[in-house]
Structure formats: structure tokens, C-alpha cells
Design a protein around this ligand. Structure first.
Ligand SMILES: Nc1nc2c(c(=O)[nH]1)N[C@H]1C(S)=C(S)[C@@H](COP(=O)(O)OP(=O)(O)OC[C@H]3O[C@@H](n4cnc5c(N)ncnc54)[C@H](O)[C@@H]3O)O[C@H]1N2
Ligand code: MOO
Length: 415
């Protein structure tokens, strides 16, 4: 049996960044290369206000000054050239060449109007400092700027920026393709089907499938497989033809007579890196490399054990495949402390909330047994207590991980 840190080193040795591909930007993708701007943002000098554009130079203009209105410029109008005077201008409209400041319409007295009722002559009711209410081209992002760094995960703000700068394609690591095989002849997938004697519902399948997608993977195959090696070999062949770079199984990795996964992998010619880690829950976890180079994780079947296996073993591999640096935990005070009964590393269903002063604090939820699913649905974080740690007193700082490596802490909506 090896320790968690040692297991992580082996995973990080085996999990390599996937090839870089150019793709349409989509939320959740992680940039493999920085993005440089091919344009200025804003693309041209424009007005921040509805009002009048003027030429005021370095000195500015003073209240009381009068100007002829010689043109008008709305958002979307092409470049115009002004021969002095004032131009009526709308927010976002391109500043006519030759003008260099804007006065808002509220600070102007219209002295005369033309036949159509448009302002023909104005008087300033306020001073106009140089450059007032101008949004200059490139002030936000300059052409050639590296505006998104490698390792950035695309979400709404990044998509806004990429859209603003007209970037059709970004370089990302290919999405890791994951095959998920739930083993066990006791498993029932159809929620409408009544359970036969000794049967249980496959709950690991939907949980893991969702978490894999949230962790940046794509589930290319999901199969429920009986407890025999032949059915497993068929599913493994399907995983291979689906192009899976990562294969996960649940169940059949422990000591029982039907725990066939380790032997079946050997028969397939896989290289076993470890089987059994000094953690709770999830101890019988297995990690191997398949002959085609795909990584294989044999997750224990108990629901909390499979969740821990995904979060703390598979997700580090996904991170490496996506070209991301290893994750760092939050350090939060632990409300109520924790009594640690074994010299193992514990991954505990936890809950993070705000205390009375609005500071984050964590606690360990009751119901840590690995068969218990209900506490997982009330948990919004993992509290991790290292193997070397002893009992933790109330308020001790503890490592806390969000539910997924690409998910932030989610404080709302958990009961
Ligand atoms: N003699 C020993 N027995 C066990 C040991 C041990 O060291 N010696 N380890 C225990 C630990 S720890 C764990 S964890 C489990 C792991 O067992 P397996 O990975 O072999 O899984 P199964 O036996 O197939 O199933 C365990 C448990 O989980 C339920 N299960 C399985 N798949 C699903 C699923 N998709 N959805 C919901 N529940 C699932 C299954 O019915 C069992 O109750 O072994 C201990 N035993
Ligand atoms: O370690 Mo097993 O995962 O306790 O139930």
C-alpha cells in the first residue's frame, strides 16, 4: 500500500498534456497557448456620452464658449472629418477626426436649431477638460497585447473579451475522452425498473459522468458491465474504439471473489502502477496504463469511495492532460475539529459556510461511511486531513477542496 503523495507522483508521471488543437472558444475550455490581440479595443476613439464633440486642444474649453454645430455622428457611422465646430455625437460613435473632447448634452444650451429641429449653435454650460469623455482606441486592449494567459479557463468574461476582439479560434488541449465502466451484476440503470432481490441502483454512473464533464473531460462511453472478465474485455474494446485516453471502472477492485479488475488488467497487458492507497474512503483504488497508452483508474464501488477516487486521483490526471499545474487547497478553520482514528489520509464530505462575520469556515459532515450518499448531497466541499495529522482541535486550519478542480466553492443552495 502506498501513500497519497506517492500515488500522485505516479499519476503525474503518467498523465501527459494532450495535443494542442485550434477550436471555437467554448466555456470550460482551458487555453493551451496565450491569446494575442489582432485588434485594438476599443477599435477607434469614441464618445462615452451623448452630447457634442469639440476640438479643445491641451487647454480645454471654458464655460460660455459658443460653437456652430457642423455635423452629427451616431454609433455605427464611419470615419468623418470635422473642420472645427461642434458635432452632435452619440455614445459609442466614432469621434470625427479633428475633434478631441466631448461635452454631455445636459451641459449644453442650444442657442439655435435648423429647419429639422437639430441643434445648429450651442453654448457650453461647463468647462471641458482636454480629452473629456473620450474612449481611446486600444485603451482596453492594444493590438499585439497578450490578453489571456495559457492555463486560463474560458468562461463568460473571457468569451466577452474574445468576442470583442474577434477571435474565432483559440488553442486548447484536446478534451480528454473518458470511458466510464460501472461493474456489478447488482446494478440497475433504469430508474423506473423495480429492484429485484439483492439489486441496487447504479448511482455512481450519473455522479461520475457529471463530475467528469465538470472536470474538463468528455464521456465518450458509459457502460454498465456485469461481474465477469469477458464482459469487461468487450467494454474495454469499446472504450479503445471510442478513443478513450482515460478509462474509469467502478467496483470489483477489492478482495472479494468477484473482484476481477486487477487480474483482467494483467491479462490485457496493462502496467499496474499501484493498487491500494493509504486513504479513507477509497483504499482499494487501482491505477494502470493500458497497452495503447490510455490511463486506467479502478475506482472502488462504494459511492463515496468512487467520488473520492474521481476527485483526488482522476482529476489530477485530467488537470495534467489539460496542461494545468497541480491544484492547491484552500486553508480554512475547521468548526468543531475532527477526531482522527487512523493513520490514513481522510477525504471527508464537508460543508463550507460563512460564519457570523462573513468569514469562510469548514466542518466535517456526519455520515462519513463510504456507502452513504445522502450526506454527499449536502456537502459542498472536501475536507482533507493528511495521514500524518493527529486529532484536529476546533478552529484548526484544514485543507479544503471545492467539489471539482474547475469548480469554485459553491456556498448557496446546499442544505
Ligand atoms: N475483505 C475485504 N473486503 C473489503 C475491503 C478489504 O480491504 N477487504 N475493502 C473494502 C473497501 S474499503 C471498499 S471501498 C470496497 C470496495 O469494493 P469494490 O471496489 O470491489 O466494489 P464492489 O465490491 O463491487 O462494491 C462495493 C459496494 O459498492 C456498491 N456499488 C458498486 N458499484 C456501484 C454503483 N455503480 N452505484 C452504487 N453503488 C455501487 C456495491 O453494491 C457494494 O455495496 O470493498 C470493501 N471490502
Ligand atoms: O475505503 Mo472503502 O472506500 O472505505 O469504503
Amino acid at each position: 500500500m502506498i501513500g497519497y503523495d506517492e500515488a500522485l507522483v505516479l499519476i503525474q508521471r503518467e498523465a501527459k498534456p494532450l495535443p494542442v488543437v485550434s477550436r471555437t472558444p467554448v466555456p470550460g475550455q482551458v487555453l493551451a497557448e496565450p491569446v494575442h490581440s489582432g485588434e485594438d479595443l476599443p477599435p477607434f476613439d469614441n464618445s462615452a456620452m451623448d452630447g457634442f464633440a469639440l476640438r479643445v486642444g491641451d487647454a480645454g474649453a471654458v464655460a460660455g464658449g459658443e460653437f456652430e454645430v457642423l455635423g452629427a455622428q451616431a454609433a455605427g457611422d464611419a470615419q468623418a472629418v470635422a473642420q472645427g465646430g461642434a458635432w452632435e455625437i452619440m455614445t459609442g460613435a466614432r469621434i470625427p477626426d479633428g475633434l478631441d473632447a466631448v461635452i454631455p448634452v445636459e451641459q449644453v444650451e442650444v442657442l439655435a436649431r435648423d429647419g429639422d429641429g437639430k441643434p445648429a449653435r450651442i453654448r457650453l454650460q461647463a468647462d471641458v477638460p482636454p480629452g473629456q469623455h473620450l474612449r481611446r482606441h486600444g485603451e482596453d486592449v492594444r493590438k499585439g497585447d497578450r490578453f489571456l494567459a495559457a492555463g486560463t479557463r474560458l468562461d463568460a468574461p473571457q468569451l466577452m473579451l474574445l468576442a470583442a476582439l474577434g477571435v474565432p479560434l483559440v488553442d486548447v488541449h484536446a478534451t480528454p475522452r473518458v470511458a466510464l465502466l460501472n461493474t456489478g451484476r447488482e446494478l440497475v440503470d433504469d430508474p423506473a425498473q423495480a429492484l429485484g432481490s439483492g439489486e441496487i441502483r447504479n448511482s455512481n454512473g450519473p455522479y461520475l459522468a457529471r463530475r467528469i464533464e465538470q472536470a474538463g473531460g468528455e464521456v465518450v462511453l458509459r457502460q454498465t458491465v456485469s461481474d465477469d472478465a469477458e464482459a469487461f474485455f468487450i467494454a474495454m474494446e469499446q472504450a479503445r474504439s471510442a478513443g478513450a485516453e482515460l478509462v474509469l471502472s467502478t467496483g470489483a477492485v477489492s478482495m472479494g471473489r468477484y473482484d476481477f479488475i486487477p487480474d483482467a488488467l494483467r491479462k490485457l497487458g496493462a502496467t499496474l502502477h499501484f493498487h491500494k492507497v493509504a486513504i479513507r474512503p477509497g483504499k482499494p483504488l487501482l491505477f494502470a496504463t493500458l497497452p495503447n497508452g490510455a490511463l486506467f483508474f479502478g475506482l472502488p464501488g462504494n459511492p463515496a469511495s468512487s467520488a473520492v477516487g474521481l476527485r483526488f486521483f482522476v482529476e489530477p490526471a485530467l488537470r495534467a492532460m489539460l496542461g494545468l499545474a497541480p491544484e492547491r487547497p484552500l486553508r480554512l478553520p475547521l468548526l468543531g475539529g475532527y477526531r482522527k482514528r487512523h493513520a490514513l489520509r481522510f477525504h471527508l464530505k464537508g460543508h463550507v459556510a460563512l460564519d457570523g462575520e462573513g468569514r469562510l469556515q469548514a466542518r466535517v459532515l456526519p455520515g462519513q461511511e463510504s456507502f452513504r450518499i445522502a450526506p454527499l448531497a449536502h456537502s459542498n466541499a472536501w475536507v482533507v486531513v493528511d495521514a500524518a495529522a493527529g486529532d484536529l482541535p476546533d478552529g484548526a486550519l484544514v485543507d479544503v477542496y471545492p467539489p471539482g478542480h474547475l469548480l469554485g466553492l459553491q456556498l448557496q443552495g446546499q442544505g
